[in-house]
Design a protein around this ligand. Structure first.
Ligand SMILES: Nc1nc2c(c(=O)[nH]1)N[C@H]1C(S)=C(S)[C@@H](COP(=O)(O)O)O[C@H]1N2
Ligand SMILES: [Mo]
Length: 224
């Protein structure tokens, strides 16, 4: 806990990251802080912007790459254009952060993770995925069956627009049935592994299986 507060305080000191640092600070603190201050903060369309890194490079169609590797037959690197050319799936669900905020009926669109896995050819000993981000810090995980759901995707659009930088553009993970911390922003890598390696927040105690309503002590269920 103290180390998380330290990260938040560092964020407050860096002017360009004031907003995100502050959100991050209270997002972490709200787990134990009964003041309810998080509800008073300004936010964009109901969303809070989260970022655990000090700074994140900007990427676009000229330099974005998604690397698929690990226990696969065909390690592959996709450009943004290559991802755009693959079949796209659109899913509309409520976004829910585990700290309590929620944005109803938010469309996400992109390429199913299962399609990328099929193209890569997963080895029999491949049991899980590790997701990494070009912020250099954040990570996430899913089991193979979770990742192969039809509502789990490498998202290129959010709210029917290209994903903005703050929301993790140009490409973020989107795991519709789980709390939003599973939806890693600024996605840069998907590695097939033999077992689940807990992600960034999971090292601080969040459930590795982040099903909405079934974990982290919350009981609300999605409306869609
Ligand atoms: N790379 C990265 N991805 C991340 C995070 C982060 O700090 N860094 N925060 C997670 C958390 S806790 C939430 S609630 C959502 C927030 O997404 P948003 O900033 O688009 O609202 O992103 C998730 N993915
Ligand atoms: Mo979150």
């Amino acid at each position: 806990m103290l180390s998380m507060l330290g990260v938040g305080a560092a964020g407050l000191a860096a002017a360009p990251y004031l907003q995100r640092g502050f959100e991050k600070f209270l997002g972490a603190a709200s787990q134990v802080d009964p003041t309810g201050l998080t509800g008073l903060l300004p936010n964009g369309g109901g969303f809070r912007f989260y970022n655990v890194a000090a700074s994140v490079p900007h990427k676009d169609a000229t330099n974005y790459q998604l690397k698929i590797d690990g226990l696969v037959d065909h390690p592959t690197t996709y450009t943004l254009d290559a991802l755009r050319k693959l079949p796209q799936t659109r899913v509309v669900r409520d976004v829910q952060c585990v700290t309590g905020w929620r944005v109803p009926k938010t469309p996400f669109e992109g390429v199913r993770v299962s399609d990328l896995l099929d193209a890569a050819g997963v080895h029999p000993e491949g049991k899980a995925l590790r997701f990494t981000c070009f912020d250099g810090t954040y990570s996430e995980s899913l089991t193979l069956p979770q990742a192969r759901r039809s509502d789990v995707m490498v998202a290129l659009k959010m709210q029917d627009k290209p994903i903005s930088y703050d929301h993790g553009g140009p490409v973020r993970l989107y795991v519709a049935p789980m709390y939003f911390y599973k939806s890693a922003k600024w996605l840069s890598g998907i590695s097939v592994t033999s077992e689940v390696k807990p992600g960034y927040w999971e090292e601080y105690g969040y459930d590795v299986d982040g099903w909405v309503g079934k974990s982290n002590g919350r009981s609300d269920t999605p409306t869609v």
